[in-house]
Design a protein around this ligand. Structure first.
Ligand SMILES: Cc1ncc(COP(=O)(O)O)c(C=O)c1O
Length: 430
């Protein structure tokens, strides 16, 4: 029997008189079925206001790598709450958290904490400009680095607005963005070294920011040699290379996509899975760059940076990221990914299922795996939304943009139940 979400709908409608739209992020609006209201999270499940127990593949938009409510994190948080919340000074728990990052992330010679991915991206831009004396931040079409005015451009532009593929134009992601905020920004297509090289040759680029694997849209690996080539080109032209590992961090590898692909950028930013649901972000990189916060006249602030409870959550999360758990979760993630591809194929639904073990993407209507944003534009988004809605009615909550986040808590039984729902949903929409 199809699940119903009436109480969620009523709560959203009623509380939209307080909270604009009933949601606290535009990304929570959803496209089909309406936004849901939740009461509890347990491992791979979310329990909603109607009492539905949903298998969750949003995983907090990628943050909940251990699953919902992991006991170790909860215990560490309770103990820290007893001790104190915010000192506006340093704590030993934040130094422990920093040491873990510096020992596990290749680019982390030094680091600083912040509270969100959007915010630490800004710190990276400031460092890149201060270090090089240049102005332009170069980004890639379809890559997302937060919602702030100077970077929310060309994250998901429509084809008619985006200009030619070999010379894309900057498209704002929101009304209310001042064009002056894009004066220090430029955009090109990703996974194309010749275009990157040509843009850098103009000599005005301070920093290049990219998701080392494109995961906010799609789940696309860099073509072999692309990241190495990008780093070499940045060196040649005096630009700082920044990897945005907000999604890829701790998901593509314990030590980030930079370890998986063997390329160490000048700076990198992490958030989401770093503390399994607590608002922690970090910027890390070369000593000389991070020390510009100390002796280079570059300001970095934030009342809640390294807030003690979030630091306790982070340390507990990081300690739970063991090789054995990655191995078993990855095996299940691959089983799910391949199972979905097979079921869709058997149902005659044209799709590309691509990506990694703990994060992958299902793109309907694509003839070949996407290499960049322009390829993804050819996918059948409307049909996928119907599929996601059909899954939701069967108790599986998967993002309508095609991304699937798998946690350590998604066990074999949960994968089997998911594949059963996928079978039903595929039949419904085929
Ligand atoms: C790749 C990437 N970078 C940056 C951000 C911004 O992070 P936050 O939402 O914590 O500000 C996100 C958020 O989805 C992201 O996916």
């Amino acid at each position: 029997m199809a699940l119903r979400f009436d109480r969620s709908a009523a709560l959203i409608a009623e509380n939209a008189k307080y909270v604009a739209g009933g949601v606290n992020s535009n990304f929570r609006t959803g496209m089909a079925g309406g936004p849901l209201v939740f009461q509890r999270g347990e491992g791979p499940y979310l329990i909603d206001a109607d009492g539905n127990r949903l298998i969750d593949y949003y995983c907090g938009m990628g943050a909940m790598i251990l699953g919902h409510s992991p006991a170790g994190v909860q215990q560490a948080v309770k103990e820290q709450v007893e001790k104190g919340l915010l000192y506006a000074g340093q704590s030993e728990i934040e130094f422990e958290a920093a040491r873990i990052l510096c020992e596990t992330i290749p680019s982390a010679q030094r680091m600083r904490f912040g509270s969100s991915g959007s915010e630490v991206a800004q710190a990276a831009f400031r460092l890149a400009r201060a270090a090089t004396g240049k102005r332009i931040i170069l980004k890639f079409e379809g890559h997302y680095h937060g919602w702030f005015d100077n970077i929310l451009w060309s994250t998901a532009p429509g084809e008619n607005a985006a200009g030619p593929a070999d010379a894309p134009v900057l498209v704002p992601g929101s009304k209310g963005q001042d064009p002056i905020d894009a004066a220090g920004l430029d955009v090109i297509g990703w996974n194309d070294l010749a275009r990157l090289e040509a843009r850098l040759a103009k000599g005005d680029v301070a920093g290049v920011i990219m998701e080392p694997a494109m995961c906010n849209q799609g789940a696309i690996a860099p073509t072999p040699g692309y990241l190495e080539g990008a780093l070499a080109a940045c060196r040649r032209h005096g630009a700082i290379l920044v990897f945005d590992e907000v999604i890829t961090g701790f998901r593509l590898d314990r030590s980030g996509a930079q370890k998986r692909f063997g390329v160490t950028p000048d700076l990198s930013i992490f958030a989401k899975a770093i503390a399994n649901g607590f608002p922690v972000a970090a910027i890390m990189g070369r000593t000389d760059l991070l020390d510009m916060f100390v002796t280079g006249g570059v300001l970095h602030g934030g009342t809640f940076n390294a807030q003690c409870v979030t630091m306790a959550a982070m340390v507990a999360t990081q300690n739970a990221l063991t090789p054995a758990r990655y191995e078993s979760a990855s095996r299940r993630g691959v089983r799910l990914r391949e199972g979905i591809a097979k079921i869709l194929g058997d149902a005659g639904i044209k799709a590309q299922v691509t990506g990694f073990e703990l994060m992958f993407h299902v793109g309907f209507g694509l003839d070949a795996p996407a290499r960049n944003y322009r390829d993804l534009l050819k996918s059948d988004k409307a049909l996928y939304v119907r599929f996601a809605h059909a899954l939701l009615k069967r108790g599986v909550r998967a993002l309508e943009r095609g991304a699937w986040f798998v946690s350590f808590a998604h066990d074999d039984e949960v994968i089997d139940a998911t594949l059963e729902a996928v079978r039903g949903a595929a039949k419904e929409i085929a």
